[in-house]
Design a protein around this ligand. Sequence first.
Ligand SMILES: *Cc1c(COP(=O)(O)O)cnc(C)c1O
Length: 386
Amino acid sequence: MRKIQMVDLKGQYQHIKEQVDRSVQEVIESTAYINGPEVHQFQKELEEYLGVKHVIPCANGTDALQVAMMGLGLKPGDEVITADFTFAATVEVIALLGLTPVLVDVDPISFNIDIEAVEKAITPKSKAIVPVHLFGLAAQMDELMALAEKHNLYVIEDNAQGIGATYTSKDGTKTKTGAIGHVASTSFFPSKNLGCYGDGGAIFTNDDELAHTIRGIVNHGMYERYHHDVVGVNSRLDSIQAAVLRAKLPHLNNYNAARRNAARKYTAAFAGIENIITPTGFCDAGNSICDVCDCHVFHQYTLRILDADRDGLVKHLNEKGIPCGVYYPIPLHLQKAYRDDRYDEANFSVTNRLVKEVISLPMHTELDDVQIDFITKTVIDFVTKA
Ligand SMILES: *Cc1c(COP(=O)(O)O)cnc(C)c1O
């Protein structure tokens, strides 16, 4: 059996090595390292892939969130509602900009922001909602957009884990995540579904004016050379990373299909094991994994382990040479940096439980049947003995 990895970037690289090496070499020869033609081409290709009017590349997914909020003109004192169960980047930029983070509970089935909790958290100071398409599954965008319209809020999609995922609206319209809200952010961190070989990120929007504002913000607030109209930042995707992303983008649908295929095998193996809850919330919200659309792109394959020793399982898997992850072990509202007297523990019952139950198994494009078989047998062995 090949050594099992949480993410197999080397294995994936082997298949595209020629293209990547050639493109990177060409960038080096061209010396157009910043804002070169590769960046512009990648931007166009990603706009086309997503069906979104504007892609603005930037330095990483955290900057993308920050710049999106700056572009919307959010001001200190404005409240921004986001999920308690996610990576810290989201709440971090809200706090950094002097905005007031309002963390809310998530749904135990989809792991995504809970619509009722969002509605309850809306006040006259609310300005934006930041849903995260956690683990690669779209948040309930119809409901969120309706709430936003009713209360005059912006929706900023954190699409760092969801690139390539499709959301099907109640009227049947299919839209890629990141092309639905007023603005969206993504990350090209190497382990993301579309990762480069360093840091990278992008902002998406269908709003021409906002796109123009954001293009200036990522470039020191410049709209005309050496005229600084607003306070901006320096946040760029470099040409070498763009070349890597251009080589990978044509494979993204296949990459996501490979992840879904691995997820399907995991889920089949865990069927009938009582204390394992496999991830659900696919387009039909059933237990089977949809074959037809890209409704879940499985950035992570995350189980809930009930009435068993989750931490013991982590240790056991590691001892057997199986890497795994706990995303996320601490709710954001209990993190030192984001604790606040405003929060009432009673409102976080789902996150407080999930942090004790979740475990993410190896998930990438290169998993084979022998590995999946070994992983699932080892998990089942442990949880049924416990
Ligand atoms: C990875 C990630 C980010 C941050 O992306 P970076 O490129 O590492 O800055 C933000 N939000 C979520 C949900 C992420 O998973």
